[in-house]
Structure formats: structure tokens, C-alpha cells
Design a protein. Structure first.
Length: 172
């Protein structure tokens, strides 16, 4: 994978903060149980401005993932757009980027449930050209790990904890 640089500012708990101050409690359900969902938005720099790829569709998908999980995304698309614009401006973006909005269960109540107060949206961005080096061959294999079925965990939602399955396969 190409080298990436995280930008100095992140959106979390309703405000833009220095990225090294953007923390999630160790006892949160996001950390303890992988409870959350996310989206990924590419931004391409054309030499004059940053063009976001289908940000409204990515917002709708994040909102739909939250609905499937019973989580609450307390933001409208225009509010989301404003946060993205403010974050891009604050980070002084002048290149291709990847934006990762993540709705996570901030609650520290001990129980792997989604119907809790305290869901929070965090958004960070990294510089990103190609996802992998297009000048080199890729190593591929058929993994011994199977993807889970839709009746055990929804494949319609981009669930943070579900990517453990992908990590096992990719590591293999």
C-alpha cells in the first residue's frame, strides 16, 4: 500500500481538534466490541481545487449503515458537507486525499449493544495517491478465511468490527 500522511486536524465530538488530541475512550464500545460504521470518500486535487467523489452518496451510505445498526447519526447532509469543507480548509489540502467518516459507539456501558446514547462521528483524512503501487505486481491467493454470511452480520452496512474478517484474509 502507498505511504500515507495523516493531516494535522480531525473532527471528533462535534469539533475540529489537533489529530493527536482526537481520542476514543479505551472502554468505549467501539474499542471493546468494534461497534461502529464508516465510509470512505476520495478527494482528487485538480491543481486548483479539491473535488470530492460522490460525498452525498457516501453520507447516505453512512446514514443507512447507522440505521441498520440502530445507531444515531445526528447530522444532516448540509451539516456534513460544512464539516468536510471546514476540515479540508483547516488542513490546507492541496493534493489527493482519502476522508474517513466513522460513526462509533462512544458509550462505555458494559454490554455489546447498539441502542446506547453517545454515538459520535469522527472524521479524519490522509493524503492518498494510489491504494497500491500500480508499477508492481500484486501477490494474490485464495484465503482459507470465508466471508461471513449476511444472516450473521449485515453486509449492507460498512461495520467497523466486520473488517476483522478482511484483516484475517489479507494477513494470510
Amino acid at each position: 500500500m502507498a505511504k500515507t500522511k495523516r493531516f494535522p486536524f480531525t473532527y471528533i465530538t462535534g469539533k475540529i481538534v489537533p489529530s493527536d488530541k482526537a481520542t476514543v475512550p479505551i472502554g468505549s464500545k467501539a474499542v471493546q466490541y468494534g461497534l461502529g460504521c464508516f465510509s470512505g470518500i476520495r478527494g482528487n486535487w485538480n491543481g486548483k481545487e479539491l473535488l470530492l467523489f460522490r460525498d452525498e452518496d457516501h453520507f447516505k451510505r453512512l446514514k443507512e449503515s447507522a440505521k441498520i445498526l440502530g445507531m444515531t447519526l445526528k447530522m444532516t447532509y448540509p451539516q456534513f458537507q460544512k464539516v468536510l469543507k471546514d476540515l479540508i480548509k483547516k488542513n490546507k489540502v492541496k493534493g489527493d486525499i482519502y476522508i474517513r467518516p466513522t460513526l462509533y459507539a462512544r458509550s462505555e456501558l458494559l454490554s455489546p449493544r447498539f441502542d446506547n446514547p453517545g454515538d459520535d462521528l469522527a472524521i479524519y483524512m490522509i493524503s492518498l495517491k494510489d491504494y497500491f503501487d500500480t508499477n508492481k505486481a500484486l501477490n494474490c491467493c485464495i484465503s482459507s478465511w470465508r466471508r461471513f454470511d449476511d444472516d450473521s452480520m449485515s453486509t449492507k452496512a460498512k461495520i467497523t468490527g466486520a473488517y476483522c474478517n478482511s484483516a484475517l484474509a489479507k494477513t494470510e
